[in-house]
Design a protein around this ligand. Structure first.
Ligand SMILES: NC(=O)c1ccc[n+]([C@@H]2O[C@H](COP(=O)([O-])OP(=O)(O)OC[C@H]3O[C@@H](n4cnc5c(N)ncnc54)[C@H](O)[C@@H]3O)[C@@H](O)[C@H]2O)c1
Length: 374
């Protein structure tokens, strides 16, 4: 298996910097590339020096630790400086043509045995690697915001990714103290299709009966979480949520899975430039009205989870682990289905099919299946 010692990062913004800091703190030498020398310095000062100074001030690390970590990271504006890297993680802005070009450029400067991966949120890895010369050494490595804290990493195998590349990435993730799950190259990969679908269905209820505070409270209760789905959307930014929803709908609505439409309420809120107002009034307590939303939300999560495993995007075990790790839900979709019982699960899935969010997963087409083996 390929040994990784030096990691290149393309784009030292919110994600790239957090990925780079995590790698440096895990013992890897890190070389990041930014657009020009000025940005190299600005990003280094902002993400490396200032963030480590804060940790020293709080007594979380010593000055000697800070010096050691700083010494592991260097920046450049030239691709040639990445020629020694064993692994290059691309975290530039989300533009397809730019990413395809980056992998073509990397192919001409990197060593023959270097592994090239993208942290894209929405594009298929195979598409981004169209002009990379060694397809077997390409893959996806999808981190979650904030990447220095959120432990989940999806290791994306595109159809040409070799076993050796995959194993080297799993070992890298483990050494970086991440929880890695294995995912097929699929629109949005595994966690985002489920999460995006869950907020789209919830947002679609916003109106006269349900305010934001009520939807937040219903999602907290349904998923048994402290921070509900409206709160999490604000954290991600409603622009990101809206565009991700559009992209998932375009990819999947016409497929064998189906996908919910992007609700007008989300579009309007994003266009207003304000986050969801989580305290916009009384929380509705009527059990029947609350159950209506809870059922749709859970049915939606159960249906997409079943589709993802039926389409071999991810295993039951990895999706359960991934949802609990990335989204901090105490139970994943399969644990929740088993707890509710398969009769009730089938009723909720049937409902999400009837309203047109999804097509019926095969497992639930004939009769009521056995509980999931997680
Ligand atoms: N922010 C998130 O929550 C999140 C989560 C998962 C994945 N992602 C993905 O990570 C990637 C980066 O997102 P971000 O939020 O860190 O963006 P960002 O805008 O904070 O950072 C992108 C950085 O890339 C640099 N850059 C652009 N073109 C470059 C090039 N050719 N060479 C070198 N540097 C270049 C920019 O100067 C900028 O600093 C995107 O593909 C995004 O979809 C983001």
């Amino acid at each position: 298996m390929k040994e990784i010692e030096t990691v290149g990062i393309i784009g030292f913004g919110v994600m790239g910097a957090a990925i780079g800091m995590n790698a440096a703190m895990s013992g890897y030498r890190v070389v990041f590339k930014e657009l020009n020398d000025e940005l190299v310095q600005t990003m280094f000062d902002k993400w490396v020096v200032k963030s480590l100074e804060k940790r020293v001030a709080k007594g979380k690390i010593t000055q000697a630790d800070m010096d050691a970590i700083t010494g592991m990271i260097s920046g450049t504006s030239r691709y040639e400086a990445l020629s020694d890297c064993d692994l290059v993680i691309e975290a530039a802005i989300e533009k397809m043509d730019l990413k395809i070009q980056i992998f073509e450029d990397l192919s001409s400067v990197c060593r023959e045995d270097a592994i090239l991966v993208s942290n894209t949120s929405t594009f298929l890895i195979e598409t981004l690697m169209a002009k990379a010369t060694h397809q077997e050494r390409t893959a996806g490595l999808h981190y979650f915001f904030p990447a220095n804290i959120n432990r989940l990493v999806e290791v994306i195998r595109q159809k040409n990714t070799s076993d050796d590349t995959y194993q080297a990435l799993m070992a890298f993730a483990e050494k970086c103290r991440k929880t890695a799950i294995t995912v097929k190259d699929f629109p949005g990969f595994a966690i985002n299709p489920l999460f995006i679908s869950s907020y789209m269905v919830l947002d679609s209820f916003l109106g006269e009966t349900y305010n934001v505070a009520t939807l937040e409270s219903i999602s907290q209760e349904a998923l048994n979480v402290r921070y509900g789905i409206m709160w999490v959307q604000n954290g991600s930014g409603l622009g990101t949520c809206y565009h991700a929803g559009v992209s998932m709908f375009d990819y999947l609505n016409g497929s064998d899975l189906g996908y919910p439409v992007v609700p007008d309420q989300l579009k309007a809120q994003f266009e207003s430039n304000a986050p969801w107002n989580l305290t916009d009034g009384e929380v509705l307590t009527d059990p029947e009205a609350r159950a209506k939303v809870k059922d749709r939300l859970l049915g939606n999560v159960f249906t997409i989870a079943t589709h993802l495993v039926e389409n071999d995007v991810v295993s039951v075990t990895d999706l359960e682990l991934g949802v609990c790790t990335a989204l901090a839900w105490p139970k994943g979709p399969f644990g929740m289905m088993n707890d509710l019982g398969m009769e009730e699960t089938k009723r909720l899935i049937q409902q999400s099919v009837t309203v047109g969010d999804y097509k019926m997963p095969k497992r639930f087409q004939a009769g009521t299946p056995e509980a999931w083996e997680i």
